[in-house]
Design a protein around this ligand. Structure first.
Ligand SMILES: [Zn+2]
Ligand SMILES: [Zn+2]
Length: 281
């Protein structure tokens, strides 16, 4: 079966597995399947936005290829498929770690990331809520090298499938206990804390697929307790268009860094001191 059909099949099947596991082993008990924002995240972010941006990103990558003819060189084409997958997983994840960290540091970048943090019930679907500009930047940077260095549409589809499955997993409401594996591979144990309402805007657990970036760069946070809640402190638009446009509102002059001392010191303890984004700035 070609990846054109295999990819959506794998995504649909794994989503059902995650939904089942959320039901049997919930991280936060009582969280509903059709929670607030479900239709927004499923129909508008997962289906419509992904579909439209898929065309846009493909057009950009094909445009670069048309101008450079790089894909015809098959620079990495001689590598085994598993080595190509590992190479792109590793390099893109390192990029995402630092870009994500910068998004929590610089207000202008936070503007295209806050929609992702506006989900109040983090579950298998929550990861789909990302501003269109954030997706456009990250996925162009992700898929352009894949296509230009290998010329393989299959590798593009394989990487996109891994992204989708892993994105569902790290946000899922599954009470996973990965043990030492969590030091290497990221999961809900750490990423759900990244969405914590109490700590939104603070710097920890930026990793997507690999957790070791956070341990290497001193931003890992893995307490035994669970987050008190998820989402943003401030009101945020509820509609897709509202969230899209809200990123371009004027910046208000920054008055004072109104950070509770307890939270500020906690940020320092986990190695992220100074990497504090002041909400509303
Ligand atoms: Zn974030
Ligand atoms: Zn997330």
């Amino acid at each position: 079966m070609s990846w054109q059909y295999l990819s959506p099949l794998i995504i649909v099947v794994t989503s059902q597995v995650f939904i089942l596991l959320e039901h049997v082993f919930p991280y936060d008990k009582g969280q509903k399947l059709f929670r607030k924002g479900w239709f927004l995240d499923f129909f508008l972010y997962s289906l419509l936005q992904s579909f439209v941006l898929g065309f846009a990103i493909n057009a950009i990558v094909q445009g670069i290829d048309h101008a450079t003819h790089l894909s015809a060189l098959h620079v990495l084409g001689g590598w085994p498929l598993w080595a190509q997958i590992l190479f792109f997983l590793f390099t893109h994840d390192l990029y995402i770690y630092w870009f994500h960290r910068a998004q929590h540091r610089f207000p202008v970048l936070w503007r295209i990331h806050e929609a992702h943090h506006s989900v109040e019930n983090v579950d298998w679907l929550a990861g789909s809520r990302s501003h269109a500009l954030e997706i456009l930047i990250n996925q162009t940077i992700e898929f352009a090298p894949i296509y230009l260095l290998t010329g393989s549409p299959d590798l593009w589809a394989i990487k996109a499938t891994i992204d989708a499955v892993w994105g569902m997993y790290i946000h899922s409401n599954i009470n996973s206990k990965a043990g030492v594996i969590q030091y290497v591979l990221n999961g809900p144990e750490m990423h759900r804390w990244h969405h914590s309402k109490e700590y939104t805007g603070y710097g920890f657990n930026y990793g997507t697929k690999f957790a070791f970036w956070d341990f290497i760069f001193g931003t890992a946070y893995r307490p035994a307790k669970k987050p008190p809640g998820y989402g943003l402190d401030e009101p945020f638009p509820q509609s897709y268009l509202g969230q899209l446009v809200y990123a371009f509102r004027p910046f208000r002059p920054q008055t004072s860094p109104a950070l509770p001392l307890s939270l500020a010191s906690e940020g320092e303890q986990n190695g992220s001191g100074g990497e504090v984004y002041v909400k509303g700035a």
